[in-house]
Design a protein around this ligand. Structure first.
Ligand code: PLP
Length: 482
């Protein structure tokens, strides 16, 4: 017997949402001090419950200031930042050099519609020259990551004249209406039901989550069975993707995160990414790497896709670009970028000149201080520390990472891999209380993810590992997983 709309929908929405009362209770119970509490209650009084903040922590800390890889809340509590605002603050908090470059531009002229300015043109040059691939590149500006993704989708459809965008289950591409069509994330179900998904020309395939292979295989013995499934979809006449007899494809682009971010910092095998690119070439569609979260040196290469030696046609980038100001871009093949006319896409704060001035300084510091190589080196050190924790703690099923893009998956039993979801959420709260900010995620709510500012010191990594060791140990005691 199927439950009717009236009986089901309101009840389901209630389960997916949170009320001001329930959030206030959390603040009463978990707020980190009197000033935190006062501001959180004010937030709940005047700001919509639709923000992300309360979904990240039982009671989010109210930050006052930061320096490097440390942040401080309004009650003066110090935190090691293993979050970096979802990788925005790559060069650390309150970076004086970047802030001075931004201020210098603000003092000259902060913004004028979308008129070209020197800082914008210079950052476009730096980005274009940074993109892998032996072809000419150009840049298109936007403000948010979601908007950059939308530009990539529009461009791909415009350039190819085809509708379908291929992506992975578990990819995150933003929460604007069009980007939401590509994003698979539980809280967003609320916005795509009972209304059908926003964009019906999106086809999703499983991400190569090898620790829990969706096809029940083992990597590398599987010989990339999953990638072959996509190829098979093209060979069949019974999918939307292709008319094999007429040799006509219906796909505009594959738009993927090479390493899924919001799903839990998931690493794809590099040969899989290579095969995705080969299939894109074979069936003549655009390959887009969404590096909004893991580009700009995060993984120990400037662009994450470089690990696979693949040159994408387009890259979407945002977060770390200006170390704190909103700025995003699509970098891509010149012929694609120049295929449309003036004002094909626009928004008022596009290519904000002060943010671009910050971005130019970011590139200068990356070059001068070897930031990307540093991320690779410190990331290897951090991963080694996590692997040592895995050797000690039976609740760790997997520790993986590339550069300073790392995660740990928690299980109740290493054999059955039963996800330790409640335990992970318990740790997120305990970590904040112990002075570590990090992201919790995972397909089954059972991963902790680490993305500190790339300027984090090794001593700070050691300190964070010590706190993690303690919190994981306490969790194992509390839940009987020792
Ligand atoms: C991979 C990826 N793409 C797109 C977005 C959307 O960016 P924004 O939140 O700036 O719209 C995000 C944001 O987290 C992201 O991680």
């Amino acid at each position: 017997m199927v439950t009717s709309f009236e009986k089901r929908i309101l009840e389901e929405r209630k389960r997916m949402g949170a009320t001001v009362e329930s959030l206030s209770d959390r603040v009463e119970k978990f707020a980190g001090g009197p000033r935190n509490k006062e501001i959180l209650l004010k937030t709940l009084q005047y700001e919509s419950t639709g923000h992300l903040d309360f979904s990240l922590f039982p009671s989010p800390p109210v930050l006052d200031h930061g320096k490097g890889a440390k942040v401080y809340d309004v009650d003066g509590r110090e935190y090691i930042d293993l979050h970096a605002g979802f990788t925005v603050n790559a060069l650390g908090h309150a970076n004086t050099e970047v802030n001075e470059a931004i201020k210098a531009q603000m003092d000259k002229i902060s913004h004028f519609a979308e008129l070209p300015m020197e800082s914008r043109a210079e950052l476009a040059r730096l980005l274009a020259e940074s993109m892998p691939g032996d072809f000419e590149k150009k840049v298109m500006w936007a403000v948010t990551g979601g908007e950059a993704v939308e530009i990539a989708i529009k461009l791909a459809r415009w350039y190819t004249g085809k509708p379908i965008i291929l992506t992975h289950w578990g990819d995150y591409h933003g929460r604007t209406a069009m980007a939401m069509g590509l994003t698979s994330k539980a809280p967003m179900m609320a916005y795509s039901y009972p209304i059908p998904p926003m964009d019906t020309a999106v086809v999703r395939i499983p991400f190569p989550y090898c620790y829990r292979c969706p096809f029940g295989k083992e990597y590398p013995a599987c010989d990339l069975f999953c990638a072959d499934q996509l190829e098979k979809m093209f060979q069949s006449k019974e999918t939307w993707l292709n008319n094999p007899r007429a040799n006509v494809t219906n796909v505009a682009a594959m738009l993927i995160e090479p390493f899924q971010s919001s799903a839990g910092y998931m690493l794809a095998p590099l040969p899989y990414l290579q095969q995705m690119k080969q299939i894109a070439e074979k069936y003549d569609y655009i390959f887009v790497s969404d590096e909004v979260q893991n580009g700009m040196g995060r993984t120990g290469k400037l662009w994450a896709i470089e690990h696979a030696g693949v040159a994408p046609d387009l890259i979407a980038t945002a977060k770390s670009l200006s170390n704190g100001l909103p700025l995003s871009a699509v970098i891509g093949r010149k012929e694609i970028m120049d295929s449309w006319g003036p004002a094909a896409h626009s928004s008022t704060f596009t290519g904000y000149p002060a943010a671009c001035a910050g971005g130019v300084k970011v590139f200068e510091i990356y070059e001068r201080d070897g930031i990307v190589a540093g991320a690779a080196e410190k990331g290897a050190y951090f991963l080694d520390g996590l692997k040592q924790l895995a050797a000690k703690h039976p609740s760790i099923g997997l520790a993986e990472g590339l550069g300073l893009y790392l995660s740990v998956e928690f299980v109740r039993n290493r054999k059955t891999k039963e996800p330790a979801a409640e335990e992970t959420s318990w740790m997120t709260g305990e970590l904040v209380r112990s002075g570590v900010l990090c992201i919790s995620s995972g397909y089954y709510y059972n991963r902790l993810c680490f993305a500190p500012p790339l300027v984090i010191e090794k001593e700070e990594i050691d300190q964070a590992l010590q706190i993690l060791d303690d919190v994981i140990g306490r969790m194992e005691g509390e839940f009987g997983l020792g």
